[in-house]
Structure formats: structure tokens, C-alpha cells
Ligand binder design. Structure first.
Ligand code: GDP
Ligand code: IMO
Ligand code: MG
Length: 421
């Protein structure tokens, strides 16, 4: 069977740490969407590692890590990342597998991403500029090149044909950068990629299931960044929700069992777009500094705010979340009071639903106030030892969301996780 770990907010919920924590229970850890826009942080024996392309199970011996067909792959990032992983003593050549159907991110995809963002002026998406949207556009537009294509003798001519299309597109923008250095490292990285295990991912993973192996699907980004259900157009370009597991790996829906939804104890967003519970005051600043809320991929400061149960309930619904994982609970340790958004007031009317176009309506969060627990929880190991005031906060989430918080992460360390009864 397949279990899924995915983000329920606007990304950076702590998925990397949680996947790493659960990896020992599985045989295969598979990324099903997104690309190097992701930045998943793990601590391996105290050393910080940030993974962008490689699944977060790579540090566990004898675990297969699969980059699924739904992922867009930048070979340059992959090569660099394999280098960092090898430096930690990991034999990635043995444990890393890549679907031949995964689409490639070309240097010109990155150029188009940059040019198109610049042209958006003050309506920027806040893209990570990794070429994600242009690469997915070429996939759905049926122009893109896939990992399996690099083994074809006509690859270079196909590449030149697509690059020409991209150059024509770039002429519509004021993009004057010389990308020949990017191209050089791209072709070098393709030679490296050719030495890795490029496979048919869908037969591979279904064979594993047939053999009774356990699969863990690792999501990137978060549900509110989903191309269909997120705060469009301020979203990413892939299906970040549980449905994406089926198309991104070639897995049938009835094979999916547990869906673990990861949420912070509060909320953050990086990049532009609506964020109803955002804090623009010293509490927001305190959360940012205490939680070290700076992007793992771009270093940008993350916008911080209170937990939004309207958005979380929506995310639980569209994903079929069966268990919740609450991360970064320790970041709230010092606060004397906390707010939880239970409802929205949209144009003066109470609503418990996400509107069609969040950025076009006036959303006023309706908050319920809770006492802060004001104690250091980072060393707590058992649920019973958590502060009573924190349990009240968690009970409220359980009640409103109708799904239980089963795991509480109380620090970035791989052992800082508490299981609820
Ligand atoms: P991801 O993209 O969902 O994997 O999350 P990121 O790695 O981008 O961001 C999460 C950040 O929070 C990382 O710096 C983690 O090391 C850190 N982190 C994860 N869980 C916890 C936690 O429970 N407490 C604290 N203080 N930090 C955490
Ligand atoms: P992980 O997996 C947080 C955001 C960007 C931008 C929007 C579109 O680490 O949680 P894109 O580069 O995809 O075209 O950017 O999505 N974004 C993320 N925010 N965490 C991520 O990944 C993100 N990946 C993309 O900031 O607002
Ligand atoms: Mg991240």
C-alpha cells in the first residue's frame, strides 16, 4: 500500500523532517510532483541538509528513492545534490531511481521563468525562478523533453528545436542575459544523469507493491499552492494534493491508504498572494525570528501569521487527510496568547469556505483566542508531558478539522517528535 506525506498550507510545513522520520517504516520513498522549487530540510546526525530534487528518504540505507514522472527535473540541481549526499557517505547510485517520464527543466525554462516574472511588475507570483512553470507548460503543451529522451541519439537536435522556440518567446521579453554558462553545466549534468538509474517508474513502483513493499509518497509545496485548488494564480504549476500521487507515480487511487497532512502550529507563506491570517506586527516578526522563517530554497523571509482552520479544513477535505502532523509547535512557546482563525468574514458575511478568488474579496479572519503555554517544550518526549494549555489548543484543532493531530514536532531535530495517544 501507499501512504502519503504532504503539506496542507503554503509549503515549508516541515515535510522533509517528517518524511525522514517515517522513512524507516517504508521500502520506497517517492517524490510525485514539483521540482527544485522545493527545499526540504533534514538534520542527519546533527548536520543540516536541504534537498530540492532527491526524496527525503535518501539518508536511510537500503531504502529506494524514486523521482517520479510527475516531477520536473533540473539535472544541474540533481548533480549538485548528489554531490552533497555522497559527501555524507550515501551511495546514491544504488538507491536513487528516476522515472524516464519526468520532464526536464532546460536552461531556457529558467530564463523564461525569470523574464516572465520580471514582466509581471507588481503582480509577481514570487516564483522561485527555478523554471517550474515553463517546464510544466511545455509538458501540458506537449513540447517538453523527458529524462528518457536524453538516451535518444536525436536528443541534441530535439533540444535545439525547443531552445529555438524558447528564444522566440524570450524575444517578447526584455531578457538579455547570456545563458551559455547555464547550457554548459546543463549538458555536463546530462552526462552525469545518464549514469544514474533511469527507469520506467510506473512498472517499477507497481512491481514493488505487488511484492508487498511499502511506499511513501512525498509531496512538495503545499495544498494552498496547488494549481487547481490553491490561491490561483499565486500557486505553483503542479498537483500538490493526494490526487497528484496517482498521476505523478502511476499508482491507482485505491492503493492509497494513509494521508498524513503536515501543518505548522501557525502559518507561513513565501512569495506573493493572499494570506488572510498574516501578521504585520511584532508577533509576526517574533514568529519569523524564533521559527527561523527564511526560505530553504531562496532565503527569502517567509510571511508569518496565525493558523487558518478554514484553509486547513479545505486542505483536509481535498486530500482526504487521515492523520495530522503539527510541526514547529515549539516556535510558539514564548507567546502569552495565540489566535486561531475558525471562520472568515467575507464582505461582512461569516463563511467557513475558501472563496473562488481569495485576492478579489475582503477576508477578515474571525479569531478564537487561546492562552499560550509559555514553557519550553523542545525536550518533551511524551504527550502526557506537554503543557495543558497546548493540549487545549490541539483539542480545538482536532474538533474543528475533524481529523486528529497524531504527531507533534517540537524542534528541527529528527528525534523531536511526540506521538499523541
Ligand atoms: P519543507 O519544505 O516542508 O520540508 O520545510 P522546510 O525544510 O522548507 O522548512 C521547515 C523548517 O523548519 C526547516 O528549517 C526545519 O529544519 C524546521 N523545522 C521542522 N520541524 C520543526 C519543528 O518542529 N520545530 C522547529 N523549531 N523547526 C522545525
Ligand atoms: P516546499 O516543498 C514554499 C511558492 C513560491 C511562489 C509560488 C510559485 O519546500 O514546501 P514556483 O517556483 O513553483 O513557480 O513558485 O510557490 N513555492 C513554495 N513555497 N515552499 C515550497 O516548496 C515552494 N515551492 C514553490 O514561493 O510563491
Ligand atoms: Mg521548503
Amino acid at each position: 500500500m501507499v501512504d502519503v506525506i504532504l503539506g496542507l498550507q503554503w509549503g515549508d510545513e516541515g515535510k522533509g523532517k517528517i518524511v525522514d522520520y517515517f522513512a524507516p517504516k517504508y521500502d520506497v520513498i517517492a517524490r510525485f510532483q514539483g521540482g527544485p522549487n522545493a527545499g526540504h530540510t533534514l538534520y542527519i546526525n546533527g548536520t543540516k541538509m536541504v534537498l530540492h530534487q532527491i526524496p527525503s528518504g535518501i539518508f536511510h540505507e537500503n531504502k529506494i528513492n524514486l523521482i517520479g514522472n510527475g516531477v520536473v527535473l533540473d539535472p544541474v540541481t540533481l548533480k549538485r545534490e548528489c554531490g552533497s549526499v555522497a559527501a555524507m557517505g550515501i551511495d546514491f547510485k544504488k538507491n536513487l531511481f528516476i522515472s524516464e517520464r519526468a520532464h526536464l527543466i532546460l536552461p531556457t525554462h529558467r530564463a523564461i521563468d525569470k523574464a516572465s516574472e520580471t514582466a509581471k511588475g507588481n503582480e509577481k507570483i514570487g516564483s522561485t525562478l527555478k523554471g517550474i512553470s515553463p517546464a510544466y507548460m511545455d509538458k501540458t503543451g506537449r513540447n517538453g523533453l523527458r529524462v528518457g529522451d536524453i538516451l535518444d541519439k536525436n536528443f541534441t537536435s530535439q533540444y535545439i528545436k525547443l531552445r529555438l522556440k524558447h528564444q522566440k518567446l524570450l524575444e517578447n521579453f526584455s531578457f538579455a542575459e547570456d545563458i551559455s554558462a547555464w547550457e554548459e553545466e546543463f549538458f555536463e549534468a546530462l552526462e552525469f544523469l545518464k549514469q544514474l538509474q533511469i527507469i520506467n517508474g510506473e512498472y517499477f513502483i507497481n512491481d514493488k507493491m505487488q511484492q508487498g513493499k511499502k511506499i511513501l509518497a512525498e509531496g512538495a509545496q503545499g495544498s494552498m499552492l496547488d494549481v487547481d485548488f490553491g490561491t490561483f494564480p499565486y500557486v505553483t504549476s503542479s498537483s500538490t494534493i493526494s490526487a497528484g500521487v496517482c498521476t505523478g507515480l502511476g499508482i491507482a487511487p485505491q492503493k492509497i491508504k494513509e494521508v498524513l497532512g503536515v501543518t505548522k502550529a501557525y502559518c507561513t507563506r513565501v512569495g506573493s498572494g493572499p494570506f488572510p491570517t498574516e501578521l504585520h506586527d511584532e508577533t509576526g516578526e517574533l514568529i519569523r525570528t524564533t521559527g527561523n522563517e527564511f526560505g530553504s530554497t531562496t532565503g527569502r523571509p517567509r510571511r508569518c501569521g496565525w493558523i487558518d482552520l478554514v484553509a486547513l479544513k479545505f486542505a483536509c477535505m481535498i486530500n482526504g487527510v487521515t492523520q495530522l502532523v503539527m510541526t514547529k509547535a515549539d516556535v510558539l512557546d514564548a507567546l502569552d496568547s495565540l489566535q486561531v482563525c475558525d471562520l472568515y468574514k467575507i464582505n461582512g458575511e461569516n463563511s467557513s469556505q475558501i472563496p473562488f478568488q481569495m485576492s478579489r474579496v475582503n477576508i477578515e479572519p474571525v479569531y478564537k483566542k487561546f492562552d499560550g503555554w509559555q514553557s519550553d517544550i523542545t525536550a518533551v518526549k511524551k504527550y502526557k508531558d506537554l503543557p495543558a494549555k497546548m493540549k487545549i489548543y490541539i483539542d480545538h484543532l482536532n474538533k474543528v478539522l475533524g481529523v486528529e493531530v497524531k504527531y507533534i514536532s517540537n524542534g528541527p531535530g529528527s528525534d523531536q517528535i511526540i506521538v499523541a495517544p
